[in-house]
Ligand binder design. Structure first.
Ligand code: S3P
Length: 169
């Protein structure tokens, strides 16, 4: 990976993008930016509140705008949201503005990691497992389209994942 470029983490909810990104940024001496956190800071509202007041379309518009803003510069580790790959312009930007790692997680792992989480509006329903399977199937081509590297987080904590991933970069 070119050290002057950005390191971008994509993948589904609960794959560990933020946790692994934090550690990677520390190891690589780069700054971590988290797309959802930046959207929340800018909006003065949580992702859940944005979904409630502006709908998913409103959130996606904010997501695209913030992605473009954050990827203007170089030298960051960027943890994206799981749906950042939905938009074709976003995918072109991701491919063009950094080295993209797809952090892969199985639905079983996602369910474990997100068991007590109530911050993901798409999962605020009883059939979480079905939703995660549907999202994984629908989004697999988009993750494949943008990824320079696929890294499976199976059985790894954030520290081990970051260390193993850093060795591959
Ligand atoms: C979403 C993933 C979330 C957040 C929003 C929508 C998605 O980010 O952007 O709830 O569409 O998969 P994480 O992947 O960080 O959970």
């Amino acid at each position: 990976m070119d050290p002057a470029t950005n390191l971008i983490l994509v993948g589904p909810m609960g794959a560990g993008k933020t946790c692994v990104g934090e550690r990677l940024a520390g190891q690589c001496g780069l700054r971590l930016l988290d797309l959802d956190h930046e959207i929340e800071r800018d909006a003065g509202a949580s992702v859940t509140q944005i979904f409630e007041h502006e709908g998913e379309a409103g959130f996606r518009a904010r997501e695209s705008a913030m992605l473009a803003e954050l990827l203007r510069g170089d030298g960051i580790v960027l943890a994206t949201g799981g749906g950042a790959v939905l938009d074709a312009n976003n995918r072109a930007l991701l491919r063009g503005r950094g080295f993209v790692v797809h952090l892969h997680a199985s639905v079983e792992q996602q369910l474990q990691r997100l068991a007590f989480d109530d911050t993901r509006p798409l999962l605020a329903r009883p059939d979480r497992e079905d939703v995660l399977h549907d999202l994984a199937a629908a989004r697999a081509p988009w993750y494949a389209e943008v990824a320079d590297l696929v890294f499976d987080t199976a059985g790894l904590g954030a520290d081990a994942a970051a260390t193993q991933l850093a060795a591959l970069l």
